[in-house]
Ligand binder design. Sequence first.
Ligand code: GAP
Length: 452
Amino acid sequence: MVAENMDELVSLCKRRGFIYQTNEIYGGLQGLYDYGPLGVELKNNLKSSWWSSMVYERDDVEGLDSSILTHPHVLKYSGHEETFTDPLVDCKDCKSRWRADHIKDNLCPSCGSENLTEPRPFNLMFKTNVGPVDDGSNFAYLRPETAQQIFTNFKNVIDSTSRVLPFGIAQIGKAFRNEITPRNFIFRVREFEQMELEFFVEPGTDEDWHEKWVEKRIEWWENQGISKENIQIIDVPKKDLSHYSKKTIDIMYKFPHGVEELEGIANRTDFDIGSHTRHQKDFQIDSKVIKNEDSVTKLAIQNKKTNDWVIPFVIEPSAGVDRGVLAILNESYRIEKFDDGRERTVLALKPHLSPIKAAVIPLKRNNDEIVEKALDIKRMLQSLKLGRVLLDNSGNIGKSYRRHDEVGTPMCITVDFQSLDDDTITVRDRDTMEQVRISCDEAPNYFQKNLL
Ligand code: GAP
């Protein structure tokens, strides 16, 4: 089961500390959200799962963490200055602004007026001033995708790791887009995170690699709990391809507001690194054009056998962290109704994604011995390094169970008087609500087995 509408998820996220609107006390900033105590854990768990699958579990990928501020030349020669635009339409009556593709029947979605401007291109990149002089020339862009910093570090990475083709560079980090109409909670925002891999391959092998990456990425989303029936795979029509792409497959997800892109897997050819190599010689540094081609950093790799320089093709699986979080919340949300009229809300998250792995609940909050025992168990489980284990000493076990069901805690552990006598604890399973009694000695193995 999934959420019936976005409002249910928005309300749960705020109530339980997953996601808040940024600067809400001042009325909020549109298209920006903050991740609260549980949201940050869920998001970090999703990112670690991606990093494990992309970097640790492979032998052909290196990691990178690059700057957000980006040299304007990078985004000029990547084509973003010219083409990273959305068509913008103004309503001359109510002064609202819209993406042209969000206008239906030539009417302003806000006031219904027909008095609209012709669409004109609006560049989505944010600019900022670098250094103390604000004369318009010392600016940098906030990166609109993490990918370009991977391309500009291509040579640094091969020189420092001796990689040969095929290999990839993975990065997780913030990207910024001045979206005209941010909407649908964290689906379309102005500041978000991407998990991107640029996988460099011999030209001619690119189409095979593209297919392999599409399969691999669908499998990964399924391992995060996304069900097959909520996924659609789209071969992006030629007219909608980004300027750098020869072919893009989008993994679409059935979000509460409709079916939209979760991840794109593009064949970027040699567009980016080819362009960054060709254009370096045009650099203006201190107003002098550098003519010497030897100073150009060739973003190419030498074939060790033939000594030929190859500009690799790039396959790019690019996923949004925030859209991933939204899809996973939607997928795991359910309301269970019981015959006696009671109901419970459950977030049936995969354990590796759960913000809290286990809650240790002392049956009597004021009994020092029980609380001390619960604290020992919390410390023992925390030392397994499976993620956050919480001592929940709120005093009402029924309410604690309900709260932990709702935030996706896979196990609740109760420490009671019997625990003091025979060194046992009760473990309650979130999904089945079944309880088992196990000895404290067994606990580490039990948790490792059930939480990994
Ligand atoms: N480097 C390729 C690239 O940036 P994209 O399709 O524009 O391609 C990749 O973005 C992913 O980033 C999307 O599939 C989506 O998950 C996420 N994304 C893009 N724009 C977003 C936005 N405004 N808010 C949240 N996520 C966004």
